[in-house]
Design a protein around this ligand. Structure first.
Ligand SMILES: *Cc1c(COP(=O)(O)O)cnc(C)c1O
Length: 386
């Protein structure tokens, strides 16, 4: 079945007893045993919960994996995946990665002896250079944000497999609707489902999908042992959001590309980073491995003094730091999402004091452009650039 149909029908055929089209929320944390040595399949909700299970099965199917695990946030999903590794192990991680992942690796996991090197994972030479005898896995974001760097997943996961490394992909930005890393060779996919999968800025959630029996069993053990699982209520809310994922992603993609093209022509804007623009260095790879682009991209204004008035003057677009919801948001990565990344690292990759990130929602594109136009024009007037 096509992915649009599978998404719309999430949970609708899973409750044969009542025929409920919207799968029920099982708040129960504990389940009776019919008799000694027997179980209904559910014992205690940290291990398995009927509502969460429908979401987890769906996630595994959508990503083409063998097991799905729903966690209390994207960070909880990453923490659970990092627990696969031991003291002394080393990871190679995408440069320009999500600030919270960097913080977890550097300020928490490092204390437990897990270290990471940050490179452009799209560059095989850089990967070779970072490889050590104790390297166990690659952690890739593609596109990264805010700079939208692209990694060729088929090429890089083949490189990793030849060296016995796991390939882990954070697929938050594109979702399985546009990109399925496991089909391209990845072993594990993680999501902050808080973003596009949930889609409405109202549920915090994370997902892990794994390929292969052994890895799936290890993750099932860790998911239960660590216990950072998603609640039944939030599992339901996430599934409800995912039913419209296909429609939302199409609109995010279309709106963002229109706005990116428009911004390129604005006198206040120096550079636009959007992988759907032919001049973007990752354009060809992105077209090959993904069927569309998210609503996220960034742009650099010509003068750092314009940033404050732009953020003050946007009205329809909210100045807020998340992404992936139906409402458009703008953020200033250097002081918000990427504040935990040291300044010299940020500057080296280009997350500087002129870079703004847009999460384009599903509003009418003309209204979004009108809002950006008045904010950019005001910023030019205030800084005397007009
Ligand atoms: C938001 C985000 C995370 C963290 O997810 P939470 O749900 O906020 O814990 C991880 N990776 C990426 C790419 C993200 O955007």
């Amino acid at each position: 079945m096509n992915i649009e149909s599978r998404l719309a029908q999430i949970g609708s055929n899973c409750d044969p007893d009542t025929g409920a089209v919207s799968f029920p929320i099982y708040h129960a944390t504990v389940f009776r045993h019919p008799r000694l040595g027997q179980s209904t399949g559910y014992d205690y909700s940290r291990t398995k919960n009927p509502t969460r299970e429908v979401l987890e099965r769906t996630a595994a199917e959508l990503e083409g994996g063998d097991g799905g695990f729903a966690c209390s946030s994207g960070m909880a999903a990453l923490q659970t995946v990092f627990a696969l590794f031991s003291q002394g192990d080393h990871l190679i991680v995408s440069l320009d990665l999500y600030g919270g992942t960097y913080r977890l690796l550097e300020q928490v996991m490092r204390r437990f002896g897990l270290t990471a090197s940050y490179v452009d994972t799209g560059d095989l030479k850089a990967l070779e250079g970072a490889l050590r005898p104790e390297t166990k896995a690659l952690l890739i974001e593609t596109p990264t944000n805010p700079l939208m760097m692209i990694t060729d997943l088929a090429k890089v996961s083949a490189w990793a497999a030849e060296r016995g490394l796991l390939t882990i992909v954070d697929n938050t930005l594109l979702t399985p609707y546009f990109q399925r890393p496991i089909e391209l060779g990845a072993d594990i996919v993680v999501h902050s489902a808080t973003k596009y999968l949930g889609g409405h800025n109202d549920v915090l959630a994370g997902l892990i999908v794994s390929k292969g029996r052994e890895l799936t069993e290890r993750l099932a053990f860790l998911h239960n042992a660590i216990g950072a699982v998603l609640s039944p209520q939030d599992s339901w809310l996430l599934m409800r959001g995912m039913k419209t994922l296909a429609l939302r992603m199409e609109r995010h993609c279309e709106n963002a590309l229109r706005i990116a093209r428009w911004l390129k022509g604005h006198p206040a804007v120096e550079t636009v980073y959007h992988p759907g623009l032919p001049e973007h260095p990752g354009y060809e790879v992105q077209r090959r491995q993904a069927t569309g682009n998210s609503g996220l991209f960034s742009f650099r204004v010509k003068d750092a003094r314009m940033v404050e008035p732009v953020l003050r003057n946007i009205r329809l677009i909210a100045f807020a730091e998340s992404m992936g919801g139906v409402e458009s948001l703008m953020t200033f990565p250097a002081v918000q999402t990427h504040a935990d990344i040291p300044e010299h690292v940020r500057r080296a990759i280009g997350v500087d004091d002129r870079l703004l990130r847009l999460s384009v929602g599903i509003e009418h594109v003309d209204d979004l452009i009108a809002d950006l136009e008045q904010a950019l024009d005001a910023a030019m007037r205030e800084t005397g650039a007009a």
